[in-house]
Design a protein around this ligand. Structure first.
Ligand code: DGY
Length: 323
């Protein structure tokens, strides 16, 4: 009977599936995110075979040392930058994640929710109403920008980036320009998306820049002070990928000095806290890492995270194996 530790309650009924499949399942006794110490001491309690972790858990050498019986980590997330993959590989520990088309589609939708909220000043309008400032229709009140006709720059044209391109071109009559480490001819044929060879080229052309790259040593601070300077003065930046892809202090300075028009972030360099002062700027919208937070998607993620464990212990191929 494989013993599984689950580092935080997950939505839906997937854990029941594990129990029915005769796994011994222990869920964190703590409400919310476990600290590293709490995770380590829970893992020392039993010879666990598997760990269902969240992206808020740092899974590194200390975790593997605390639980030498560990064979698989199933991360309840598409991203896996919270896991030391080299160390897992060295120890022969399998790491799996929860990617899927509907997750990507939901993240793409949230990207547009942010874009619209920012450019059509929805959040500002909401605050305006709640503060009792609305005194009647005014032709100059809270003027914003249309999406149609704008050039959208997509940094990273993987599954999410592709869906963003599709929605931008088909849904909003935008023009798409993309940068990626590989060229995707299908995006050029289907959506007339233009490929550029450097992020710099994209930043100079785009009215809106949206980031869909994974966090890697090569993408950390992909958007830094120097690159922010290359953006058009009326441009907007959207980030639903990982916080450290943007140098957030540099973004704060750029927004404060009106070097770019606005930004919307769903992820933060130092989660959960935005850098000091960011939340006092009016030209930014902040959401708490909810780009994939829909009932259906989070249930699907639960099912995938559990399926990874079931397949592994049944000796089957783990479809979403990362290492
Ligand atoms: C992920 O899956 O990596 C998201 O950031 C959280 O859903």
């Amino acid at each position: 009977m494989p013993k599984i530790f689950v580092s935080q309650r997950i939505p839906g009924s997937a854990l029941e599936r594990l129990k029915k499949a005769e796994f011994e399942v222990d869920v964190s006794p703590i409400e919310g995110i476990m600290s590293s110490d709490e995770l380590l001491s829970s893992l020392k309690a039993k010879p666990y075979d598997g760990l269902l972790s969240l992206l808020t858990n740092t899974i590194d050498k200390s975790v593997f040392d605390a639980c030498p019986t560990l064979k698989i980590v199933s991360n309840y997330a598409v991203g896996f930058n919270n896991i030391d993959l080299d160390e897992a590989k060295k120890r022969g520990i399998v790491v799996a994640n929860t990617p899927g088309q509907s997750i990507s589609d939901s993240v793409a939708e949230h990207t547009f929710a942010l874009m619209l909220a920012l450019m059509r000043r929805v959040a500002e309008g909401d605050r305006y109403m709640r503060e009792g400032k609305y005194k009647g229709w005014d032709p100059e009140l809270l003027l914003g920008e249309d999406l149609r006709g704008k050039t959208l720059g997509i940094l990273g044209a993987g599954r999410i980036g592709e869906q963003v391109i599709k929605m931008a071109v088909r849904g909003f009559d935008m023009t798409a320009v993309y940068y990626d480490v590989v060229r995707h001819k299908n995006l050029e044929e289907e959506y007339k998306a233009m490929f550029v060879e450097t992020p710099e080229e994209l930043l100079k052309m785009a009215d809106v820049v949206t980031i869909h790259v994974p966090l890697l040593p090569t993408t950390k601070h992909l958007i830094n002070a120097e690159r922010l300077k290359m953006m058009k003065s009326g441009a907007y930046l959207i980030n639903t990928s990982r916080g450290p892809v943007v140098d957030e202090k540099a973004l704060y300075d750029a927004l404060k000095n009106n070097q770019i028009r606005g930004a919307a972030l769903d992820v933060f360099e130092f989660e959960p806290n935005p850098v000091s002062g960011l939340d006092r700027l009016s030209n930014i919208i902040l959401t708490p890492h909810i780009a994939s937070a829909t009932f259906i998607v989070r249930e699907e993620m639960s099912q995938m995270a559990v399926e990874n464990l079931i397949d592994f212990f049944a000796g089957r191929d783990v479809k979403r194996k990362v290492v």
